[in-house]
Design a protein around this ligand. Structure first.
Ligand code: VG1
Ligand code: CO
Length: 543
């Protein structure tokens, strides 16, 4: 095999964010840009000679070209074998499943998740470790560090691999195995959930729709829901992954999954609706005329886990990202299990899952998962809900309302201010940080600040510290406002403001969250001087 050593120079700003490196496609297409980052990943790792690498992406624009480059670089760097999904496809949770099942050294995943795809849109790359999850901060820091000193990369001269037929081929001295991207994942799901009961549910009067948003979960949802469980054809909407997601935004929320939302709000609405994102790790859950917030979804799954075969023995513990509502904390308290609060991003759950301290975890950003893989998992959450629905024989709304009646309702909303000037955004956070000491005791409207901090996390397993993870302002009685800057945006900065309060009184559970949180929302705006500092009177997106 002929290995070429290509000389190169560091490129500014190749710093991995919340989940890897995400930039515009045209940024990735610059000379040496992708190659530099891939070589930096390999240079930051040790001991992979002759080992297996899992490779795949969500099928977005530039996926295939990037995969061919990475295959040739993996061969040049000495990997023994690559497992790649047919068509270059893997959802994030399926890649995690395959890494674990075949004891791979790690995986390189290509996606920009819920961000749009296409020549003028977004692309992304991240590295997952042998446990199957996103690389922890020590590794991503080492990759970044390397990218700032890189002077060469290695690549072999070889023809492109045919990614469209299953089977083995060779790139240089490295084996390439094109595998079915769905099979191993589907087997894992069958092991966790009661497929007989799910088939019976879907064969009866129960009706559902799943919106794959022209993204990666289409093939998975069709294979599992329609082919294996017998849901009628057409249950899966927008089920073919397209390089530009059909021009849509593959973000499973009330705005971007509007066709599904309209169906569930309309006459003859199905009993259940769900959607997943670009790389298949997010989920949105809908009942007939009813939206389940991701924070509530995590709490409901935790409270009902014993009804599902894979979790019938109960949970070791649960975890949520810091800005996620505290609904799951109350379930953990009642169950007498630990509840951990981690920084935003799935990588922080990895150690807790590996150490068996937790079984379920989730984020407010439509992410839920468990110890079955090391990524959040959209379709898994859908199957979990279906299993709970089948077992309880109640509607989505009945289950959630009963949950609120028992645990109280955590009114919750997230307000995003997108593409704001990066310096102004940082200035706003810095100003809040400077005032943390003077906030406790201050009365704002009917609320009094109890305490405030800049969230810092010490990993209970390896004691690593991650600081500056978001400003928390907590009021007496437990209501909170959290401010943080996004680590996944590709244009300017995105300020996220998370607002929450607990309502124990069932008589008060029928309000719209924006109304129930009205006072806190205006306190949050004033406290951070959002309009004065960013010029934005209203958020761009309200979830
Ligand atoms: C966002 C979410 C975060 C999630 C991350 C990756 O990050 O808030 O909860 O883990 O996206 O999700 P940020 O830094 O923009 O707030 V995914 O589906 O893009 O892997
Ligand atoms: Co995603």
């Amino acid at each position: 095999m002929t290995i070429k050593t290509v000389s190169t120079q560091p490129i500014q700003g190749q710093k991995p964010g919340t989940s890897g490196l995400r930039k515009k496609v045209r940024v990735f297409q610059q000379t040496h840009y992708l190659e530099n980052f891939v070589q930096s990943i390999f240079d930051a790792l040790e001991g992979y000679q002759g080992q297996t690498l899992v490779l795949g992406g969500d099928g977005r624009y530039y996926n295939r070209e990037a995969l061919q480059i990475i295959l040739k670089m993996a061969a040049a760097n000495g990997f023994g074998k690559v497992l790649i999904g047919r068509g270059g496809l893997f959802s994030a949770p399926a890649a995690s499943c395959v890494i674990r099942k075949y004891k791979a050294f790690g995986g390189v995943l290509l996606s920009a998740s819920h961000n749009p795809g296409g020549p003028n849109e977004d692309f992304g790359i991240k590295y997952n470790i042998s446990a199957g999850g996103p690389a922890p901060e020590q590794v991503t820091n080492a990759i970044f560090e390397r990218s700032q000193h890189i002077d060469r990369y290695l690549i072999v001269d070889a023809p492109d691999v045919n990614l469209d037929s299953l089977g083995e081929s060779q790139v240089g001295d490295m084996k390439v195995n094109v595998i079915d991207p769905v099979k191993d994942y589907a087997e894992l799901m069958e092991h966790l959930f009661d497929f007989d009961r799910l088939s019976a549910l879907l064969a009866g009067n129960f009706s559902m729709r799943f919106d794959a948003m022209n993204a990666i979960t289409g093939p998975y949802a069709r294979a599992i829901l329609e082919e294996r469980l017998g849901a009628p054809p057409g249950t899966v909407m927008r089920g073919t992954p397209l390089p530009d997601f059909g021009g849509a935004h593959p973000d499973p929320n009330l705005v971007h999954a509007h066709d599904l939302v309209e169906l569930l709000d309309g006459p003859n609405a199905p009993d259940f609706g769900a959607a997943s994102d670009g790389d298949g790790d997010r989920n949105m859950i809908l009942g007939r005329h009813f939206f389940v917030t991701p924070s509530d979804s995590l709490a409901v799954l935790a409270a009902n886990a014993h009804l599902v075969p894979g979790y019938h023995r109960g949970l070791n513990g649960v975890a949520r990202s810091m800005p996620t509502s505290q609904a799951v904390d109350r379930v953990a308290e009642v169950q007498g299990i630990p509840c951990y609060e981690t920084p935003t991003g799935w990588k922080f759950f990895g150690n807790l899952l590996d150490a068996k301290r937790i079984t379920l975890c989730g984020e407010e950003s439509f992410g839920t998962g468990s110890d079955h893989v090391r990524e959040k998992d959209g379709l898994w959450a859908v199957l979990f809900w279906l299993n709970v629905l089948a077992k309880r024989g109640e509607s989505v709304e009945e289950i959630v309302r009963a949950h609120w009646a028992r645990f109280g309702r955590n009114y919750y909303t997230r307000h995003d201010y997108e593409a704001i000037d990066s310096e102004k955004a940082q200035g706003l956070i810095d100003a809040l940080r400077d005032r943390l000491g003077e906030l406790p005791g201050q009365t704002l409207g009917t609320y009094t600040v109890d305490w405030a901090d800049d969230f810092s996390y010490t990993d209970p397993v390896d004691n690593s510290v991650s600081s500056h993870q978001g400003i928390r302002v907590v009021f007496k009685g437990g209501a909170r406002v959290v401010y943080r800057l996004s680590g996944t945006g590709t244009e300017g900065a995105t300020l996220r403001v998370y607002i929450e309060r607990h309502e124990p009184d069932p008589q008060q559970h029928g309000q719209d969250p924006q109304t129930a949180l009205q006072e806190l929302i205006s306190i949050a705006r004033d406290l951070a001087q959002i309009e004065g500092r960013t010029g934005r009177a209203e958020p761009d997106v309200i979830t």
